[in-house]
Ligand binder design. Sequence first.
Ligand code: PHE
Length: 364
Amino acid sequence: MDDLNALRDELLAAIESADSTAALETLRVSALGRKGTVTGLLKGLGQVDPEQRRARGQAVNALKEAASAAIDAKMAALADSALESRLAAESVDVTLPARPLPEGRLHPISQTLDEIVAIFGEMGYSVAEGPDIEDDFHNFTALNIPPEHPARQMFDTFYLPERPDGSRMVLRTHTSPVQIRAMQAISGGKANGLPLRIIAPGRTYRCDSDMTHTPMFHQVEGLIVDRTTHMGHLKGCLIEFVRAYFELPDVPVRFRPSYFPFTEPSAELDIGCDRSGGELKIGAGDDWLEILGCGMVHPNVLAACGIDPAEYQGFAFGMGIERIAMLKYGIPDLRTFFDADLRWLKHYGFVPLEVPTLFRGLTP
Ligand code: PHE
């Protein structure tokens, strides 16, 4: 039994002085592993005199338990002290500045829209909205759009599947149906809601796709209805808008006679530009660039909304947001607006929370 006591002292001393978990693991293998010393003693019990076998077996097993327990305890102690020394060495400097969060950018569509709202808001317009999915009445019929008009054709317009009554909803082809909704909301005895003065920004849809057309794009509609509103107001208001928006107080503006079923007379507004040298420069030169459609609200449209055209009149306008954003910010390809490319957004995007106002300047 002396040999066991000696081995036990030696093992426990070695375990106690092990200074790393690796050294401890080596010890464990050499004592308790398959070819370890203690394992060897257990295997050798068969050769021991049967008289002593039982006592010796108990002693070897006790040695095995003791070694194993000592190793576990030392393992835990080593892990504890490793943590202690990390805690002592490492500390958090609470005075360091926080890591900056990545800052998003405002899409040029949002920025342009904010600028438009800032300008018309200053003129007393409020923002109105309508659904992207419209019915035939609001998108076409009430707007005096004749049955044979190209906008009604399948190849120009996205239609939804037929409903039980045979009608089909459409993805609105312009924001003009919001005119109808706004007028309906104040007609029928509520004409004291006049004067009506709204702008209606939103998504619009047409079956078109190339450098300058995407199937979804944005428009802003404007509408004023009152007793005395006339063409002079329309011109003054839009000239003011164009100069404020492009931040060019003397940009040349021209109203060119045009046709829309829902306005009479109708016009398109052009701004002066220069295309010489392959670069487009707004506000100078003797070229013209069309930027919006407008006109006096057609009497049939007022009547379709329950407003008496003998007593009330107004004007309306509509423009493409992408188009005027491209012109102001020199963005060459319309399709890039919807590519969701972060590099593009970083380049053309705007700092959020720099809300455009007329008095502080529209653009940061
Ligand atoms: N809805 C017309 C378009 O999409 C624009 C417009 C609006 C013209 C209002 C006149 C008045 O082209």
